[in-house]
Ligand binder design. Structure first.
Ligand SMILES: Cc1cc2nc3c(=O)[nH]c(=O)nc-3n(C[C@H](O)[C@H](O)[C@H](O)COP(=O)(O)OP(=O)(O)OC[C@H]3O[C@@H](n4cnc5c(N)ncnc54)[C@H](O)[C@@H]3O)c2cc1C
Length: 548
């Protein structure tokens, strides 16, 4: 009760839900690509993800961003970054639940005996999807730790040195000698001042030493999570761009040269530190072959791209969850928002977008378990383009469902909104990733064959889908001006994949609304324009998450 009025019609906080098991679409995808036991092994994480405690960690980690300490009180360089304790709780939970490098090893079985190893990547993807909805910033080092393992395996001695720590489920923060730590975190340094997408323009140089190690001289313009234990870094050798591992602490326990110049003042992602780094005689070891740095680091990039898709799909889901919750409690003009036709249209459209993104993201993770590398290479790039690119618009629409409250920090939507463009920018910005879709098809016919086979599984189920597939083939069959059309091709490829998955696995109501609104030629570009035939009530009901 206020002193001048009674507070009514405000929405209760959304707390105590389970964004994993309580999300029908995610749970179905988990069972489809893995099994009940996999989903069950994420029960505790799901409950924690929707808890007040986890939400508080997320808020605190973002309201108390990391601070750089370049020097100690006596003037010695230390290049350390301090984080709020809430950040460490988030990291500990993610690593402890196997969301970092664990799927690559048996480590997961030790702490989660019910977790079936053959679905380890789906399990991790579903857990990552649910857990990071609460706080996205710490997803960055978790992702890089997951992604580094396949690249490191190009040099078995390095994999033997670091993999036990990278695949562990212990989180041990702090700069000490990596092989003596219970758990390790990894980062990556590719982007330099003069070019990020064009990594061949890198100017950092590497010089071989008599003991077989290398010394690096140069810089990186973006290096996130600078307190990571080790980094994959690109630098030039005479043979060309090469990939190196750079630990922050050397085998003798001394600090490697890793000068953190400053932290970026970012739009969002504020809990996470992204830094500018200089190397000056920095010790490194070669990963893979000299001059073959791009194929080596691409092994990592393929995995980080998977997480870009998962992270953006999770962002969309988190925004949708808030929107439905709000609409179910807020009344305007005499009725709950959720019961008003135009709001139902908006919510259902958001739900269709979310389901399409979710099923595609989990399908990509299943490709890792199944070793479908050709499928992952092309489908991953197309999905990275489409799902990440659409996320900011979708989050903005969900924010609007909350009216003015959505624009206010307390609602959590501004934090989601600021985070939402990031996955489209890093690991291949929109144009670069669309051009990479062409490259993936050009390099090998296996990639298109694998993706086409998946699309074909739904051929004949819906005329609008069949037309879209025909348009895709027409685009691909026309060799003229391909780069100019790369976005259209990447988007259509992703839409055909989403259509194929929804037509086979989603309820007819969802698949029909998807085909009507996404596969026609006249998409309005604004959400909430589903045709009158769309079963909006059923779609919104399916997307609702009940309290535990
Ligand atoms: C929060 C954050 C964290 C990051 N963390 C890391 C990190 O840990 N490690 C790391 O290495 N990098 C990191 N990055 C950097 C990021 O990966 C790069 O910014 C990104 O790859 C783009 O590179 P660039 O900024 O040099 O832009 P540019 O390469 O200059 O590209 C600018 C624009 O031009 C477009 N473009 C480029 N080439 C073409 C072309 N041929 N045709 C048409 N369009 C083109 C791009 O799509 C982009 O839109 C981070 C970035 C951010 C924002």
């Amino acid at each position: 009760m206020g002193s001048t009025h009674e507070v009514t019609n405000q929405v209760p906080p959304l707390v105590g839900h389970d964004p994993i098991a309580g999300d029908t679409v995610l749970a179905e995808a988990c069972r489809r690509h893995a099994d009940d036991a996999t989903l069950f092994s994420l029960s505790d994480l799901g409950r924690l993800a929707g808890s007040e405690q986890a939400q508080e960690w997320g808020r605190q980690a973002n309201e108390n961003p990391p601070r750089l300490r370049t020097h100690d009180r006596y003037g010695h360089r230390i290049d350390e970054v301090e984080f709020h304790p809430a950040w460490h709780e988030l990291m500990r939970t993610a690593v402890g639940n196997g969301l970092a490098g664990a799927p690559w090893a048996d480590a997961l079985q030790a702490t989660h005996p019910t977790a079936p190893g053959r679905y380890a990547h789906v399990r991790r993807a579903v857990g990552y999807f649910g857990w990071t909805q609460n706080e996205m910033g710490h997803g960055c080092p978790v992702t890089m730790t997951y992604a580094v393992v396949p690249a490191l395996r190009r040099t078995p001695e390095l994999a033997a040195r670091y993999e036990p720590g990278l695949t562990a489920t212990d989180y041990q923060f702090g700069l000490t000698e990596p092989t003596g730590k219970r758990g390790l975190i990894a980062g990556m340094g590719m982007t330099e001042k003069q070019g990020g997408s064009d990594v061949r323009a890198n100017t950092t140089r590497a010089v071989v030493q008599p003991d077989g190690s290398y010394r690096l001289t140069g810089h990186k313009w973006f290096t996130s999570a600078p307190m990571s234990d080790l980094f994959l870094v690109l630098a030039q050798l005479e043979e060309g761009v090469s990939c190196f591992v750079v630990p922050r602490v050397l085998p003798d326990g001394s600090r490697n040269v890793f000068h953190v110049q400053r932290l970026k003042d970012k739009l969002g992602d504020r809990s996470n530190a992204s830094s500018e780094v200089e190397f000056d005689g920095t010790t490194a070891w070669l990963v893979g072959e000299p001059g073959r740095g791009v194929p080596a680091i691409i092994e990592m990039v393929n995995m980080t791209r998977l997480d870009c898709v998962l992270g953006s799909a999770a962002t969309v889901r988190a925004a949708l969850t808030q929107a439905i919750h709000h609409a179910r409690h807020r009344r305007a003009f005499g009725a709950l928002l959720v019961d008003q036709p135009l709001m139902q249209n908006v919510l259902a459209d958001l739900a269709v977008e979310s389901e399409a993104a979710t099923v595609l993201a989990v399908r990509l993770a299943a490709a890792v378990d199944a070793g479908e590398s050709a499928f992952l290479r092309l489908a991953g790039a197309a999905a990275k383009f489409w799902v990440c690119k659409r996320t900011p618009g979708v989050v903005a629409e969900a924010m609007e469902v909350l009216g003015g409250n959505g624009y206010v920090e307390d609602s959590g939507l501004p934090r989601l909104y600021r985070q939402s463009p990031l996955n489209s920018i890093w690991e291949g910005s929109g144009n670069v990733i669309a051009l990479d879709v062409l490259r993936a098809m050009g390099r090998s016919s296996d990639t298109l064959a694998a993706v086409s086979a998946e699309i074909e599984l739904a051929r004949g189920l819906d005329a609008r889908f069949d037309d879209a597939v025909k348009r895709l083939h027409a685009e691909l069959g026309d060799p003229e001006g391909l780069p100019f059309r790369a976005r259209r091709i990447a988007g259509l490829l992703a839409l055909c994949l989403q259509g194929s998955l929804l037509l086979r696995h989603a309820p007819e109501t969802v698949a029909d609304a998807f085909c009507a609104s996404r596969l026609g030629l006249s998409g309005g570009g604004v959400l909430g324009m589903l045709p009158a035939s769309a079963a909006v009530g059923k779609i919104v009901e399916r997307a609702s998450i009940a309290p535990v």
